[in-house]
Write a protein that binds this ligand. Structure first.
Ligand code: UGA
Length: 452
């Protein structure tokens, strides 16, 4: 089929490359000329394993092209995908200006005598596709035939190609059988189920999925808080719970809270949508609150360790700046928020991330921060080491070397990434999340309600 993909962010660029790899003729469209030039020359705007190779391979095979001109991109397209951003607005709502703006442009460029399916892949609140349809209708030439479809994307950054190629399911929300048939043809070769539904349910499915995963994370973070107080171990609890197939082991890793360009924004948007429909989704408010508190619970351990709240004169080595491993994305990264908090109290930082140093530097600047060339460089003469992103390579640190480099053998592991027995055995004071370690600060709560 001939496809036009509008937007070359995570969803658009990965989507265009994967669709082309499936044998379709794809044109990726973006208004940013510099970005398009870079992509064409093989320089990806994002760090995503396997993306550069996939894009170049498909350009070479003649299946993938890029342009800044929508008219050219939409020429003879069977399907037009909207993959532009829906950033968070001032009151938590999803800002739909890019989606609706693009809808208007699509409307003007629809061809007479051709049936086109316009698919929204961007994450949009329930009922948005109906607005997309209205906008298109209001500007499209008379008699043009089109349908709108909601086809949310579930890929994770860092694993996006793998996720798109082997998705657990495809959700297609549509108003007509004709539209469903076209989209079914695109995804029909995948082995996983296709969920065919109406527009509103498809839109809601995406928010429900992200909000549920965020709920799992906040839930395990709260269990972790309780474990720490009660002397249990959140990792053991998560495993014991998660092996129940109804629960599942994934997204039960306690840490410093979730970040990224999706969960914080989508959870807030769902909360806002519920208010728009005069419903108080109280659970989701709790999920957001717990997530916000989680980083403070982590930094309070640092304040306690260094006696008092002013950290002037202290230097911390930070491993990990990206919001998670395998990406250079620092949007809503909790690591960055923690750096802000520590710098705000006068601390200096020596930071390292395998991919996100540059993005962090352009966001945080250089004041009080040294961007290290590797993990060990970050540790030189630091008062303690903080592990803030779950990069696999941080698991394999040479602990003897770490000990020599740090001023004090103290580690704050915000991701429970290191092996407690090894770290403690090597003589470190080890702070972790949701479990007691040799650095446990709390006091045993002797509640009157506890059994004697
Ligand atoms: C998330 C969803 O997982 C995707 O399915 C969805 O398509 C995407 O949002 C989106 O809406 O575009 P992503 O933001 O790439 O994907 O990252 P995740 O792997 O979900 O991680 C999100 C955050 O949760 C990270 O900060 C991560 O460190 C944290 N996390 C994740 C935990 O703290 N504990 C866990 O057990 C899992």
């Amino acid at each position: 089929m001939k496809l036009c993909v509008i937007g070359t962010g995570y969803v658009g660029l990965v989507g265009a490359a994967v669709f082309a790899d499936w044998g379709n003729e794809v044109v990726g469209v973006d208004i940013d000329e510099k970005k398009i030039k870079k992509i064409e020359s093989g320089e990806m705007p994002i760090f995503e394993p396997g993306l550069e190779e996939l894009v170049l391979e498909n350009i070479k095979a003649g299946r993938l092209k890029f342009t800044t001109k929508l008219k050219e991109g939409m020429k003879d397209a069977d399907i037009v995908f909207i993959c532009v951003g829906t950033p968070q607005g001032d009151s938590g709502q999803a800002d739909l200006s890019y989606v609706l703006g693009v809808a208007g442009e699509i409307g003007k460029n629809l061809q007479k005598g051709r049936y086109t399916v316009v698919v929204t892949k961007s994450t949009v609140p329930v009922r948005t596709n109906e607005r997309v349809k209205e906008v298109i209708q209001s500007v499209a030439p008379k008699g043009v035939k089109f349908d709108v479809v909601s086809n949310p994307e579930f890929l994770r950054e860092g694993y996006s190609i793998e996720d798109m190629q082997n998705t657990d399911r495809t959700v297609i929300g549509a108003q007509t059988e004709r539209a469903k048939k076209v989209i079914r043809k695109l995804y029909g070769h995948l082995e996983s189920p296709i969920v065919e539904t109406d527009l509103r349910s498809a839109e809601m499915t995406k928010y429900a999925a992200n909000a549920f995963l965020a709920t799992k994370i906040s839930f395990i973070n709260e269990i972790g808080q309780l474990c720490e107080k009660a002397g249990a171990n959140v990792q053991e609890v998560a495993r014991g719970m998660g092996l129940d197939k109804r629960i599942g082991t994934r997204f039960l890793v306690a840490g410093i809270g979730y970040g990224g360009s999706c969960f914080p924004k989508d959870v807030a948007a769902l909360s806002r949508t519920s208010l728009d429909f005069a419903y108080d989704f109280s659970l989701i408010r709790g999920v957001m609150r717990v997530n916000d508190l989680q980083k403070h619970s982590f930094t309070s351990k640092i304040y306690q360790e260094f006696k008092g709240e002013a950290l002037g004169g202290k230097t911390f080595a930070v491993l990990g700046l990206a919001f998670k491993e395998n990406t250079d994305d620092i949007r809503e990264s909790v690591a960055i928020k923690i750096i802000h908090l520590l710098r705000g109290r006068g601390a200096s930082l020596r930071v390292f991330d395998p991919e996100a140093n540059e993005n962090a530097r352009s966001y945080l600047g250089d004041v009080g921060i040294h961007y290290a060339k590797d993990a060990y460089d970050a540790m030189k003469d630091a008062d303690a080491l903080l592990v803030l992103t779950e990069w696999k390579e941080f698991r394999e640190l040479d602990l003897q070397k770490v000990k020599k480099l740090l001023k004090n053998p103290t580690i704050f592991d915000g991701r429970n990434l290191l092996d407690q027995a090894e770290v403690e055995g090597a003589g470190f004071k080890y702070h972790a999340v949701g479990k007691r370690t040799n650095a446990y600060h709390g006091t045993d709560v002797k509640s009157a309600l506890l059994p004697k």
